[in-house]
Design a protein around this ligand. Structure first.
Ligand code: C2E
Ligand code: MG
Ligand code: MG
Ligand code: MG
Length: 282
């Protein structure tokens, strides 16, 4: 019986691996040309001030609507795009689409910022800063309305390269954010050197139940106070309950984002959501 179980388990692993490989091949076959076929899409997740629960910005999150593969999420899409050398093409599409949307909302009288996620590969490309400058000009976006988010660089990354590029972005007037802070191994060591305006505390720190109440609470307090002492604003990401929202606010996070506040949605749905928050009358 044990032998049979063991054999089944091996078969299960095999078919699982096979499925992954087939999926990967499907993605690699379909991705080139996806941009030309107009299959990329952006959804936007509102970011709220935790003191008044009003939207201050949105984060653009890419979706690949593939007719044959369904909706592909960035966790799957981005690594494949990187491996195929298509990350710059994807990133350019995202940047322009997000800036165009930002310009439209700004013209409508909305004082929002727009976050765009970039991978370290994109950021450290020699043409990246010039492309951001061009997008700002083309779409007539105020630089400080654009926020470039980079995932926390891990070990092998060229930290000084990242630091240099972030500095150049800031010189354009663009704001910068360190995303998913708290996941990487070298967080605290690098934080001091990072020219970033905003620190986004990852869901794993925020939503771990032991995180706020138990032993994790001091960790969050340290991260928040360190970030603030370095002149950064703090965004708590991945807030999924009213309790977490309140804890994040009490811990000193100025902004928050998460399913309990607002889910990522299409531009039209975000507009409808924003309608619920009339601009303060003059
Ligand atoms: P991120 O920048 O940290 O974005 C937040 C992710 O968490 C999003 O997933 C969002 O849908 C999800 N999320 C938001 N609130 C909650 C919550 O309350 N609970 C939970 N469980 N999840 C929540 P998504 O859209 O799948 O994006 C995943 C990651 O992919 C992003 O993490 C970002 O690092 C990357 N990404 C997204 N769009 C792009 C892009 O255009 N370019 C690049 N290079 N990376 C992107
Ligand atoms: Mg992000
Ligand atoms: Mg994040
Ligand atoms: Mg994340």
């Amino acid at each position: 019986r044990a032998q049979q179980l063991g054999r089944n388990r091996i078969e299960w692993y095999d078919s699982d691996l096979e499925e992954q490989l087939v999926r990967r091949m499907d993605l690699e076959r379909e991705l080139p040309g996806a941009a030309m076929r107009g299959e990329f899409d952006l959804v936007y997740q509102p970011v709220l001030g935790l003191h008044d629960k009003r939207p201050v910005g949105t984060e653009a999150l890419v979706r690949w609507r593939s007719p044959s593969l369904g909706t592909v999420l960035p966790a799957e899409l981005v690594p494949v795009a990187e491996d195929l050398g298509l990350i710059d093409e994807l990133g350019q599409w995202v940047l322009h689409k997000a800036c165009r949307q930002l310009a439209e909302w700004s013209r409508g009288g909305r004082q929002l910022w727009m976050s765009v996620n970039v991978s370290v590969t994109e950021l450290t490309g020699s043409e990246f800063v010039g492309r951001v400058a061009a997008a700002l000009t083309i779409h007539q976006v105020e630089p400080d309305r654009l926020l470039i988010e980079i995932a926390e660089p891990s070990g092998e990354v060229d930290i000084m390269g990242v630091v240099g590029q972030l500095g150049r972005l800031r010189a354009l007037g663009v704001r910068t954010a360190l995303d998913d802070f708290g996941l990487g191994p070298a967080s605290l060591a690098h934080l001091r050197r990072m020219p970033v305006d905003i620190l986004k505390i990852n869901r794993s720190l925020v939503s771990d139940p032991s995180g706020w109440q138990g032993q994790g609470k001091p960790v969050i307090d340290v991260v928040v106070s360190l970030g603030r002492r370095l002149g950064m604003e703090i965004v708590a990401e991945g807030l999924e309950s009213a309790d977490q929202v309140e804890q994040a606010r009490l811990a000193g996070c100025r902004f928050g984002q998460g399913f309990v506040l607002a889910r990522p949605a299409t531009a039209e749905r975000v507009e409808a959501y924003l309608e619920e928050f009339p601009s303060p009358s003059r």
